[in-house]
Design a protein around this ligand. Sequence first.
Ligand code: MEV
Length: 327
Amino acid sequence: MRVSVPGKLLLFGEHAAVFGYPAVGMALSRGLTVALQPSKTADATSQPLTIEIGDTKEIPDTVIQRFVAHIETVARSFALSPLAGAITVTSELPIGSGFGSSAALCTAIARLLAPNSRDPHTTWRIAHELERFFHGTPSGIDTGLTTLGGVQAFHFEASDAPRRSNPSVDYAPLPATVAVHLPDCVLTVGSIPRERSTKELVALVGEQRRRAPDTVDAMLSQLGALGETLLRGDSTDSADHTVSFGRAASEAQTILRELGVSTSKLDEILEIGVKAGAVGGKLSGAGGGGAFYLVCAGEEEASRVRRGIEPVVTGAGGTVFSVATGR
Ligand code: MEV
């Protein structure tokens, strides 16, 4: 059985969502494929699950074995049959770069665990539980995008107020989603290798919030609110909407930088992109390097921006591509 799942690009609300503030993101056309070769015997205990992730040597066997054990625990908690056989993962996404490779893997495994489930929310819930392996307190937005696809805004229930005061205990239900129309524009998207993991970056923001709750909550709330810019699309001319989108992205980037989740290389790339003609841009995902996007009015601007940033991005060991948005 083969399952293909898209990657994701968070547009707004990373880190904010972990504490119950809104977020917006989109599924990417590139993603990850998981193929399961079932074991010949019906006895899952004598034929344990194995997972091979492309030609990636970066993921130690011990981590994969712990993930396999986590898959078993999640299967049991949903009363699903355990998986047995050999899983091979091939990815068009750079692994661990903010494009949702781990969320896409969790969604694909959730589909293997519950192949007959017609309810995407069931798949999302299973994927969300699987994603806890990668960082204990996922907000659910990454697996939401890789499961539901499209462009989605996420809103956590008002009953979560005063937000998720103890994010190490996930009391929050999965957020509600609303499909979003993006303005007609082109995103120049890329990623550079990460200096820190999502888990470390989420912990860093949590630590700052413990030290200065009011200041950090105001920053997280603003990060969530900036995403609302995208929800005004239906009442705004597309060119104006693109400008607001780009400006909101740069404003979010300033806050993310203040929170310490950007890097000087990301800041440099975004600055070059804006000088080359992008309306604005920001990191996407947990940061610490990783994914970013620059909002461009059209193809011509996007090519100029791409030409401008490519030497720095590739020099840092990263990649660049374009994503056209629109209705
Ligand atoms: C990571 O792609 C997004 C974070 O907000 C974590 C999460 O929402 O689970 C940093």
